[in-house]
Design a protein around this ligand. Structure first.
Ligand SMILES: [Zn+2]
Length: 760
């Protein structure tokens, strides 16, 4: 019946009965239409008039349906084509599929690009979900009747179709939309689902998944043979009983029957194939009756009906009594990969932070919570490329365990704690060691990335000097008087603040002498930073630390004088972030994010994270360089607090830090290649028994000196925006002809001081 005939017949039908086909609503609408028409012209025959109105109505509804249908079809086509455009490649190779082992890789220092046997990346650590039993076996080792059991239970047209069995898929989509149990996937589709973990079960998302899966299935069938697909399928199919995560046919043969896959009988094979739909409820161990029913009535029957087993074999298999073992420790073969994994020992401090970051990145990019992302990382077969310098990491681990490096403080390594970290000037961490003892546990506490301790005077360059210099509140040689500022104490009374740290321990030790900015910094006097913070306000400094330098541990209570002037923070900083903030003094003022990972690829080879070149310009290039020059004085001057860290050939800009009552000693140093830092202190925040806080510089040098020191003299590059000029030490202004005592200083081109008159 064509369109016209259908319309005619409907008209006839409605005309004959005198009633509208669409019931009450139609009746109301059409009588309104009738009234409207009455105003214009009265028809002689009401029956004909009503008939015409009905006809128009039916035709309109019909056209609306057609047009809506077209729009819907177009939308659906565009929607589906979207999936065709997306990257839907699936890798069925053993390395990707077999074990879901996530590998952490490092750049091979001996890599030779001209030698084809030389590998660019080597495995640093492999992560494996130890709950999961996965044992790869090649298809050629899987008996034919075992392969048949699965094929004829799950997808009898597997050898014939192109990846999708449309009859079953359509039924599955309808069932999914209706919310009933989903099924009907081919072996190809199930393999894809098991590899990608893409298994949204209900609603629009599940339809989307189905469509995506169909395109992927076609793609896989184009690239891989049926044998490749079946091999992958049989190796990754989940066959756990609910208490054990059993993955793949070999692990299942081991667990349920205490056998190697090569020894499986027809009945045993059918038993495993019978449990695929609902392993926890149909497995031969905990649900032998249900398993037997499906095994005999479906799996074996399918094999027999399709001519895969003879009648004798069929009869024998029906009668066979299975011996089910259920031993999770039974292993029919020694898997070398597994053994390697068991021998790799606890994770290093570097690995701990890398694992943590990888979970965060996967969580963020996949839009899943931390726990889900953790499970993904442990079972997802990712490749994680680390920023680690393997030789540096191993050397620092060794130096941190050597007590002679800490001989200024002859305390056992479990008493005096320490942490060390080094990164390059783009935030790529090269080495981190969060303790002095041999690491015995994985994912343990780190004094670098977990501990929050007072940075002491190490806060000064980043909280007061740098933002003040950026605003031109002073220059390299501006003269400050070593005198206190007046602030309110807790009871609201004026008090003179702050005292300077001193090796004699006396209080109110203001000298009222004048010192240049760099001298104030090199001597680590507290008065100049206090004067600068007073001009900028503590809130300004707080925001600078938080927004520009990514210090994440600041609290609201840190918007005050003591926290941002002398580092008396509420909880402190992580050494990792403190050292990270100092990168601006060696790279022209750029703050990059700190990273332990340069790239993460998922099991399919898709890049899901990559360190980019993005940074924040925290301070100008010229401010950064002048700061660098001032911090060098802390190393180079006779009385500089960082003098014990001085290197022979390599320029070092550095700052020491001591928290109140000597509970924490810190050191952060910038060499042309790395920014690095060390911290020492007690677990119970007690006073470190020494008055010589310079020794922290010696500890840094003991640990890192060999790496920091270079054969040739190495220096930071001075930018064009900085001017080198002699200044008068009496006034801090540029030296005039009559100035007797002069020294070299460094100035932002935009803020060079005037010339000294010479009248001192
Ligand atoms: Zn002068």
């Amino acid at each position: 019946m064509d369109r016209k005939d259908r319309n005619d017949s409907r008209k006839k039908a409605s005309g004959a009965s005198g009633k509208k086909p669409d019931g009450k609503a139609g009746a109301v609408r059409s009588s309104a239409a009738v009234k409207k028409k009455k105003k214009k012209r009265r028809s002689d025959n009401p029956a004909v008039r009503i008939l015409k109105v009905f006809g128009t109505l039916v035709l309109s509804v019909f056209l609306i349906v057609i047009i809506t249908g077209c729009i819907f079809a177009t939308a659906l086509t565009i929607y589906i084509l979207n999936f065709a455009d997306t990257d839907i490649s699936i890798n069925l190779d053993r390395g990707v599929v077999s074990s879901n082992i996530t590998k952490f890789l490092y750049k091979n220092p001996d890599y030779d690009p001209d030698d084809e046997n030389s590998e660019e990346y080597l495995i640093y650590y492999a992560l494996k979900n130890r709950q999961k039993k996965v044992m790869w076996v090649d298809l050629s080792e899987i008996p034919q009747h075992t392969q048949d059991a699965f094929v004829y239970t799950e997808d009898e047209r597997f050898m014939a179709h192109d990846g999708v069995d449309f009859k079953r898929t359509f039924a599955a989509i309808v069932k999914t939309i209706l919310g009933t149990q989903e099924g009907g996937s081919t072996i190809t589709q199930q393999t894809i689902k098991n590899i990608t973990g893409d298994d949204a079960r209900s609603g629009a998302e599940s339809v989307e998944r189905k469509i995506r899966e169909i395109f992927r299935a076609f793609n896989v069938e184009k690239v891989y043979t049926k044998d490749d697909i079946l091999q992958a399928y049989l190796n990754i199919i989940p066959l756990g009983d609910g208490s054990q995560d059993i993955i793949g046919i070999q692990a299942a043969a081991n667990y349920y029957f205490g056998k190697d896959v090569t020894e499986l009988t027809i009945a045993e094979s059918a038993s495993l194939a019978a449990m695929t739909k609902s392993p926890a409820n149909t497995n031969p161990l905990t649900n032998p009756d249900r398993n037997k029913e499906r095994r005999n009535k479906y799996s074996l029957k399918q094999m027999y009906d399709n001519g895969r087993i003879s009648e004798d074999e069929y009869e024998a298999a029906l009668e066979e009594e299975l011996v089910v073992t259920g031993d999770p420790d039974f292993s029919s073969r020694q898997d070398i990969d597994e053994e390697d994994l068991d021998n790799q020992g606890p994770t290093s401090y570097f690995m701990d932070d890398a694992i943590d970051q990888a979970i965060d990145e996967i969580s963020e990019r996949r839009g899943i919570d931390y726990e889900e992302a953790r499970a993904e990382l442990y079972g997802g077969g990712y490749n994680v490329y680390l920023t680690v310098d393997i030789q540096m990491q191993e050397k620092i681990e060794k130096e941190m365990r050597d007590p002679t490096n800490f001989q200024s403080y002859p305390l056992a390594e479990d008493e005096l704690l320490s942490g060390f970290i080094a990164m390059d000037y783009e935030g790529n961490v090269k080495a981190t060691v969060g303790g002095r003892t041999e690491k015995t546990d994985s994912l343990g506490w780190s004094n670098v990335s977990d501990a929050q301790r007072s940075p002491g005077s190490c806060i000064k360059p980043i909280a007061s000097y740098a933002p003040a210099l950026e605003q031109d509140l002073m220059t390299y040689s501006t003269l400050f008087t070593d005198k206190p500022i007046t602030i309110k104490d807790d009871s609201g009374k004026d008090k003179k603040w702050p005292v300077n740290y001193s090796e004699t321990g006396s209080s109110e030790n203001w000298s009222y002498n004048q010192y240049t900015t760099w001298q104030m910094l090199a001597k680590s006097l507290n008065t100049a930073p206090a004067q600068l913070i007073q001009q900028m306000t503590p809130a300004y400094s707080y925001n600078f630390l938080k927004e520009k330098l990514d210090i994440s541990t600041l609290k609201e209570t840190d918007i005050d004088y003591s926290p941002v002037t002398v580092g008396g923070l509420t909880t402190g900083t992580k050494l990792e972030e403190l050292v990270g903030a100092y990168m601006i003094f060696g790279n022209g003022g750029k703050k990059y994010e700190i990273t332990y990972i340069s790239r993460i690829e998922d099991a399919e080879g898709n890049i899901i994270f990559e360190k980019n070149d993005g940074y924040k310009q925290a301070i100008s290039e010229s401010t950064a360089y002048v700061m660098n020059r001032m911090m060098r004085q802390a190393v180079n001057q006779e009385q500089g607090t960082a003098r014990y860290a001085r290197l022979n050939n390599t320029v070092l800009a550095a700052k020491t830090g001591t928290s109140s009552e000597w509970k924490d000693l810190s050191f952060v140093g910038c060499t042309p290649d790395y920014v690095s830092g060390v911290w020492i202190g007690f677990d119970q925040q007690e006073t470190i028994p020494t008055g010589e806080y310079q020794n922290i510089g010696a500890i840094w040098k003991n640990i890192f000196g060999d790496i920091a020191e270079t054969e040739e003299t190495k220096d930071f590059e001075m930018p064009d925006t900085v001017v080198e000029a002699r200044y008068c030490t009496k006034t801090g202004l540029l030296a005039g002809n009559n100035c007797g005592s002069t020294e070299v200083g460094y100035y932002k081109q935009t803020n060079v001081p005037g010339y000294c008159s010479g009248r001192h």
